[in-house]
Design a protein around this ligand. Structure first.
Ligand code: 5GP
Length: 206
């Protein structure tokens, strides 16, 4: 595919909708060749999570220093912890012509939209609110209090759907991934992303 820059794909949506599962499945797909931007967080690692693979786990002080130094493309406080995207990795990877995927919550996605409007903003939606609750409970890693606050937040987060380019229902992981693959393919064919480079190539051949 001819293009000047990689895509910045922002996969977002309410807590518990299955962003993490869909994202992991997308990365098993060789056709897509996506790069994942590993986030920073101040939350404690869950069982099996590895620093530098799932997240960069940092202290509150370290995270606040990164905010001060403008090292984050976006950041948000989510259920008592900070989460953020390291800016250098994203910029360098896109400049190198590779597609980068961020999997982030909605406040952060809206910050990216302001500073990087040419990004592709995908809202992953649950089939229903009751299904969303089942998924949050089913994960089994959260206390009742956290489940309650995540559900309240999810309802607010659903309101943000209007701000996105695409809405993908996560009825099944396979179907959601198929839809996202179709979006990435279409976005890579958008005239404004590739016309300049094609015209340049055609001039050379004349
Ligand atoms: P969890 O604690 O379940 O791993 O993540 C909680 C929420 O934070 C999820 O909605 C996840 O998508 C979001 N998240 C993960 N990394 C980032 C990030 O770098 N920035 C923002 N804004 N949200 C993030």
């Amino acid at each position: 595919m001819k293009r000047e820059k990689g895509l910045l794909i922002v996969l977002s949506g309410p807590s518990g909708v299955g962003k993490g599962t869909v994202r992991k499945e997308l990365f098993t797909d060789k056709d897509l060749d996506l790069q994942y931007s590993i986030s920073m967080t101040t939350r404690q690692p869950r069982d099996g999570e590895v620093d530098g693979v799932d997240y960069f786990f940092r202290t509150k002080e370290e995270f606040e220093a990164l905010i001060e130094q403008n090292k984050l493309l976006e950041w948000a406080e989510f259920v008592g912890n900070y989460y953020g995207t390291p800016v250098d990795y994203v910029k360098e990877t896109i400049e190198a012509g590779k597609d980068v995927l961020l999997e982030i919550e909605v406040q952060g996605a809206m910050q990216v939209k302001k500073s990087f409007p040419e990004g592709v903003f995908i809202f992953l939606a649950p089939p229903s609110l009751s299904e969303l609750r089942n998924r949050i409970v089913g994960r089994g890693t959260e206390t009742e209090d956290v489940i309650h606050s995540r559900m309240l937040m999810a309802k607010e987060e659903l309101e943000m759907m209007d701000e996105y380019d695409y809405v993908v229902e996560n009825d099944t992981v396979e179907m959601a991934c198929e839809r996202i693959k179709a979006i990435v393919t279409s976005e890579n064919c958008r005239r404004e992303r590739i016309a300049k480079i094609y015209k340049r190539l055609m001039e050379v051949e004349e």
